[in-house]
Design a binder for this molecule. Structure first.
Ligand code: COA
Length: 165
């Protein structure tokens, strides 16, 4: 690990996440983790960076794989067993190369349990991802998206300073 930068207090309930790899990690102030049942696991490759914004909450069993860049904004709620990965790690066709593209999650985003966020996806501020979704394409701000593949279901009502509880 090249370094973990923690702005301020973080809190852990249960088992802390397992952190592997040689990349950079930044946690904002008051980020909290829960580790009951299954432990969260973060892998950040040597050229990768993972950042989690202040007051975001990461539930149990979350897997984050950052080969390049995974950014989670402020005040986000990441449900248990969510997977976020910015690389496919394998090519599909011979010589086609491996798709690796940053995953950018905005502020006040809620990702329902067991969802998978795939490389190159951006989720805009205030948006919600329904449980068990496979998110293959970006989701605009203030949207409720769900399903496999995730589709936009409707707009989310949220004033700019709204923080979901
Ligand atoms: C996303 C969610 C909050 C939406 O709840 P809701 O507003 O009550 O939505 P509804 O049940 O009215 O569903 C609206 C439509 O979206 C569909 N839908 C809702 N959630 C879905 C999901 N996770 N996957 C696929 N489709 C979904 C419904 O089938 C319904 O479709 P229809 O209009 O064709 O009938 C809820 O479905 C959900 O996923 N909750 C779990 C959140 C979670 O993981 N919490 C754990 C702690 S983080």
């Amino acid at each position: 690990m090249r370094g973990i930068k923690i702005a301020d207090r973080i809190s852990v309930l249960g088992t802390p996440p397992h952190i592997a790899g040689k990349g950079r990690i930044e946690f904002g102030s008051l980020v909290s983790f829960r580790g009951f049942g299954s432990r969260s696991w973060f892998h950040v490759s040597s050229k990768g960076k993972l950042s989690i914004g202040s007051r975001s909450f990461i539930n149990s069993g979350v897997m984050i794989d950052a080969a390049l860049r995974v950014s989670i904004g402020k005040n986000c709620l990441i449900g248990d067993c969510v997977v976020i990965q910015d690389s496919n790690y394998h090519e599909i066709d011979e010589g086609s190369g491996v798709k690796t593209k940053a995953v950018l999650i905005g502020d006040n985003v809620w990702i329902g349990r067991n969802s998978i966020i795939l490389p190159g996806v951006e989720v805009g501020d205030h948006s919600v991802i329904g449980a068990g979704s496979v998110v293959t394409k970006s989701v605009p701000p203030r949207s409720l998206a769900a399903g496999n593949p995730a589709r936009i279901l409707r707009e989310v009502v949220a004033s700019p300073d709204y923080i979901r509880t």
